[in-house]
Ligand binder design. Structure first.
Ligand code: UD1
Length: 422
């Protein structure tokens, strides 16, 4: 087990580069299962979740070469002898379920462990399964596994009862090899969904409408390999911008697509943070304590749930009271209890948190509970007076590439240490 030891109170300064998007690279890696040809990704972040997906693809029989230094991955799934995603991998990463659609489409059979519960809520995959059934797959549940079989997936119209990001991606991939046209309605519009559509198009799929509610896909019997550079991670970018803001610093976050972050940058401006937005940079200067603003998490282009915890950390130090409403996941306020241990004034009631800004936070021993909650604790610790220890940072390493090194380069006093665990 590793922990981060942070001496807070140092305003961050300098320039920091954002890495490739975790939530894009995972579906793109799964899409390599749709073809026998090699698929190459560049700008792949060095993350634990990417490592899990590599292991999963190899368990399925794909050849995977990951050059961690260069940040490239080449995947070739010439044959898929074992279309089975084992529990041990799926339980560590829910996004493993992204192999379901491609496997059924390519092998007419898949056995994928059910992900089970996770810290931020129940997170079922019923919408993925319902859509696969509509495409003609038979779904059985056997000993905690979903077993999906079909003769041939057939294009159809599918309406998602709820906007689901990985659900939309899974079914886009399944429809790519289905016979005929599939129309997906009430789709997720996230930039990661759009990027998957662009890559599927490069693989030879006729696909239209990504970034809108309705995506149309003409299935194709066989697809080409792809060569693609992964877009910047908008959640990492937002986290770094907030790191500059919460420490009262001035930093330039580079290799960003500012368009993907408009909901966040607007809220930061409302909070009176000084932002200069370039074509692929966001410069933040925090002239004073932020002003309290309310946020409401929503599917893209709304305020991302994946930035809610980090924004709450910022609001703990705001002038005034902010109301944070979490509309995507139940139980996504686990960070609030830890922030309160640092002196934050937060009252949680259902999916709403009322955050009354305080003048300062105090360092404390803290426990990371999930990926984005961990990031919020690191941010709060950077701003707090004194020392904090953030334990269980394996959550952080799932989705942030060398966050501690990046923060240290900006002047943060942050060290990684081994820690005994009973
Ligand atoms: C993805 C992101 C995650 C982000 C989330 C919301 C990846 C790998 N992960 O997760 O970082 O926090 O989008 O932006 O891209 N739901 C159902 N049934 C389903 C599927 C979803 O009820 O079959 C519900 C979920 O419980 C949740 C909501 O729909 O309340 C949205 O979840 P979804 O968009 O599917 O999240 P993920 O794709 O798992």
């Amino acid at each position: 087990m590793e922990a981060l030891i942070i001496q807070g109170g140092v305003p961050l300064h300098g320039k920091v580069r954002v890495g490739g998007a975790k939530n894009s690279v995972l579906p793109l890696m799964a899409a390599a299962l749709l073809t026998t040809e090699p698929c190459t990704l560049e700008n792949v972040p060095h993350l634990r979740d990417v490592n899990t997906m590599v292991k999963l693809l190899m368990a399925l029989g794909a050849r995977v070469e990951w050059d961690r230094e260069k940040g490239t991955i080449t995947i070739q799934a010439q044959e898929i002898p074992h279309p089975e995603a084992p529990y041990d991998l799926v339980k560590t990463m829910r996004a493993s379920v992204l192999v379901l659609g491609p496997l059924v489409a390519r092998c007419q059979r898949a056995k994928v462990s059910l992900p089970g519960g996770c810290a931020i809520g129940v997170r079922p995959i019923d919408l993925h399964l319902k859509a696969m059934e509509k495409l003609g797959a038979r779904i059985d549940l056997e000993e905690g596994y979903v077993v999906a079989t079909c003769r041939q997936l057939l294009g159809t119209t599918i309406y998602f009862d709820k906007v689901t990001v990985t659900g939309t991606e899974n079914i886009m991939m399944a429809a790519a090899l289905a016979r005929g046209e599939t129309v997906l309605e009430n789709c997720a519009k996230e930039p990661e969904v759009q990027e998957l559509a662009r890559v599927l198009r490069n693989m030879g799929v006729r696909i239209e409408g990504e970034g809108t509610d309705t995506i149309c896909i003409q299935g194709t019997p066989s697809l080409r390999g792809y060569h693609h550079t992964v877009m910047p991670d908008r959640i990492e970018a937002a986290t770094l911008v907030i790191a500059g803001a919460i420490t009262g610093g001035e930093i330039n976050v580079t290799h960003v697509v500012p368009r993907h972050l408009e909901a966040v940058t607007r809220k930061l401006q409302e909070a009176e943070m000084d932002l200069a937005i370039g074509p692929d940079t966001i410069h933040v200067k925090a002239p004073q304590r932020p002003r309290a603003v309310d946020i409401n998490t929503l599917p893209y282009p709304g305020f991302p749930t994946d930035v809610q915890a980090q924004f709450m950390a910022l609001m703990t130090l705001a002038r005034g009271t902010s109301v944070i409403t979490e509309n995507i996941f139940e139980n996504r306020f686990l960070h609030a209890a830890e922030l309160k241990r640092m002196g934050a004034d937060i009252k949680v009631n259902g999916n709403r948190a009322v955050v009354k800004g305080v003048e300062s936070l105090k360092g404390a021993p803290l426990m990371a509970t999930d990926l984005r909650a961990s990031a919020s604790l690191v941010l709060a610790a950077l701003a707090a007076r004194g020392e904090s220890r953030v334990s269980r940072i394996y959550h952080l390493d799932r989705g942030y590439e060398r966050l501690d090194e990046k923060l240290r380069a900006l002047g943060a006093r942050i060290e990684r240490t081994k820690e005994e665990w009973p």
